[in-house]
Design a protein around this ligand. Structure first.
Ligand SMILES: Cc1cc2nc3c(=O)[nH]c(=O)nc-3n(C[C@H](O)[C@H](O)[C@H](O)COP(=O)(O)OP(=O)(O)OC[C@H]3O[C@@H](n4cnc5c(N)ncnc54)[C@H](O)[C@@H]3O)c2cc1C
Length: 425
C-alpha cells in the first residue's frame, strides 16, 4: 500500500493537517475513533472529557474553522473557575481573590510579605524563582508553590519560564501580549463548547472533512532508508512524507537505526502523566463551578472539572460528569486507583459537592501517560535538534507531544494548517 503523505494520529493536529492538505494524505490512527487527548468518553448519560476541556483561541482562523464545522452545535459562556483553599471556595485566580477568604493570617501574608516584582521575575533562573519573584512569598507559599508542585510532579527548579506569560494569570497579561499570543484564562474569559456531544464532538466533525483515515492502525516501525512503515496489524505502507503527531519520543523509537545521539536527547523531554478519575453522580445542587483548582497535597486531584456545566443540554441530564485530574511522575508515583478514587470521593463529599456515596452511579480511571509536556531547560534545544534530524528524512513532528509544546487543541490545529500549506507549495 502507498500514500504520498502519511499522517500519524487523528487528534486535532493530524486532522487539521489533513483537512487543509486534502485527499493526498492518509491518516493512520491507533484508536477506533478521532480526537486524541481531545476526545470525549460516554458512561451511561454522562459525557466526560479527559480532564477539563473548553475552547478558546487567539487565532481568528481557527475560531472561524470551528464555527464552520460546528454550526449551531455550539455554546459560549463565561468561564467560572474557583480555588479550594482552607475548606472554602474562592474565585480563580487565587492571587486576585485571596481577600475573599476573610482569613487575616493569609491576607496579611499575601499583602505584606515581600510583594512581587515583575522585572525581577523576568530574570528568574527557573519557574520556582519566577513564582516567588512574581507574586511574593505570601501568595507563593499559600497557593502558587504547593499548587504547581502538585500539578507538575517535578521540581519546579527543573522548569524554565518561557511559557509562563501565556498560561499564568497576572494583572499584566492583557496589556503586554500580542493579539496572536495565547492569554491566560481569567475568571471572566469566554469559552466555547459543543451543545451536544462533549468537547470531542469538534474533532468528530473535523474528521468528517478528512477524506482518508484508517483507524486501529498503530504505527510501530518506520524505515527511513526505504521509506516504508508498518503497523501492529502488519500492514506495510510506502511514503514520501510523514507528518507525525504522536509523542516524538515514541516516533523516534519506531525509526529503524535512529542514531543514538538523537535518541539520547529524549532524556531531556519530561512530561506529567495523569490519572483521570471519571465520576458519574447525581448532584442535588447543580450550581457548581466549571472547575476547581486544589493545592492541598492531601487531596489527590489538582483540578476537578464539572463537565455538565459546559453546555445547558448536559446540565439538564439526571446524572453529571465529574472529572478529577491527578498528576503523577517517576518522582511522584500515584497511589492505587482504588485509593485515589476513595480519597477523591471523600473530598467531593466533604466539600458538599456530592451528598453521599449513594449518589455515585459509576467511577472509572483512565491513565494518560502523556498529559502535560514540561518545559525543562534543555527542551527547546533538544526538540530543535530532533526536528532537524527528522526533516532530513521528510518527517515533520507537530502538536502537543509531537512538538513537546504545552499547547491546547486550537494551537495544535494551527500547527496542522500551517504545515499543510507549507508542504502544498
Ligand atoms: C488534562 C488536559 C486538559 C486540557 N484542556 C484543554 C482545553 O481546555 N482546551 C483545549 O483546547 N485543549 C486542552 N487540552 C489539550 C488538548 O487535549 C491537546 O492539545 C490536543 O488534543 C493535542 O492534539 P494533538 O493532535 O497534538 O495530539 P493528540 O490529541 O495526542 O493526538 C495524537 C493521536 O495520535 C494517536 N497515536 C498515538 N500513537 C500512535 C501510533 N503509534 N500510531 C497511530 N496513531 C497513534 C493517538 O491515539 C491520538 O489520537 C488539554 C489536555 C489535557 C491533557
Amino acid at each position: 500500500m502507498n500514500a504520498k503523505t502519511i499522517v500519524l494520529g487523528a487528534g486535532p493536529a493530524g486532522l487539521a493537517f489533513s483537512y487543509e492538505y486534502g485527499g493526498h494524505s492518509l491518516i493512520l490512527e491507533k484508536e477506533n475513533r478521532a480526537g486524541g487527548l481531545s476526545k470525549s468518553v460516554k458512561i451511561f448519560d454522562g459525557v466526560f472529557d479527559l480532564g477539563g476541556h473548553s475552547f478558546h483561541t487567539p487565532h481568528p482562523e481557527i475560531a472561524s474553522l470551528v464555527q464552520t464545522i460546528m454550526g449551531d452545535n455550539w455554546h459560549q459562556q463565561k468561564r467560572d473557575a474557583q480555588v479550594w483553599i482552607e475548606g472554602s471556595l474562592i474565585p480563580y485566580p487565587f492571587q486576585h481573590h485571596y481577600p475573599k477568604l476573610n482569613n487575616q493570617h493569609i491576607n496579611d501574608d499575601c499583602e505584606i510579605s515581600s510583594p512581587g516584582n515583575t522585572t525581577k521575575a523576568a530574570q528568574s533562573a527557573n519557574f520556582e524563582e519566577w513564582i516567588i519573584n512574581k507574586f511574593g512569598t505570601g501568595i507563593s507559599n499559600h497557593f502558587m508553590l504547593p499548587y504547581n508542585r502538585k500539578l507538575w510532579a517535578h521540581p519546579l527548579t527543573d522548569i524554565c519560564i518561557d511559557w509562563v506569560d501565556q498560561r499564568i494569570a497576572t494583572s499584566m497579561d492583557a496589556k503586554n501580549q500580542s493579539k496572536k499570543q495565547r492569554k491566560p484564562l481569567q475568571s471572566n474569559s469566554k469559552v466555547g463548547y459543543p451543545l451536544h456531544g462533549g468537547f470531542g464532538q469538534i474533532f468528530e466533525e473535523l474528521a468528517k472533512h478528512c477524506e482518508h483515515i484508517q483507524f486501529e492502525q498503530e504505527v510501530n516501525q518506520i524505515d527511513i532508508r526505504n521509506q516504508t512503515l508498518t503497523t501492529t496489524t502488519r500492514d506495510r505502507w510506502e511514503w514520501e512524507t510523514i507528518v507525525s503527531t504522536i509523542p516524538i519520543t515514541q516516533l523516534l523509537k519506531c525509526i529503524n537505526d535512529c542514531p543514538s545521539s538523537i535518541l539520547e536527547l529524549t532524556n531531556n523531554l519530561k512530561q506529567v502523566s495523569l490519572k483521570i478519575l471519571l465520576v458519574l453522580a447525581r448532584l442535588h445542587n447543580t450550581t457548581v463551578p466549571q472547575r476547581i483548582y486544589i493545592a492541598d497535597p492531601k487531596i489527590p486531584p489538582h483540578k476537578v472539572a464539572f463537565n455538565h456545566t459546559s453546555s445547558p443540554l448536559l446540565l439538564e441530564r439526571d446524572n453529571h460528569a465529574i472529572m478529577c485530574e491527578i498528576s503523577y511522575s517517576e518522582s511522584k508515583p500515584p497511589a492505587t486507583d482504588e485509593d485515589l478514587t476513595e480519597q477523591s470521593i471523600c473530598w467531593l463529599i466533604d466539600a458538599g459537592i456530592i451528598n453521599s456515596l449513594t449518589d455515585i452511579i459509576q467511577t472509572q480511571i483512565i491513565d494518560l501517560p502523556h498529559g502535560y509536556p514540561i518545559n525543562t531547560h534543555k527542551k527547546t534545544d533538544s526538540i530543535q535538534t530532533i526536528k532537524a534530524f527528522l526533516r532530513t528524512h521528510n518527517i515533520y513532528s507537530i502538536g502537543r507531544f509531537g512538538a513537546w509544546d504545552y499547547a491546547n487543541s486550537d494551537e495544535c490545529m494551527r500547527q496542522g494548517l500551517e504545515l499543510a500549506r507549507k508542504l502544498k507549495q
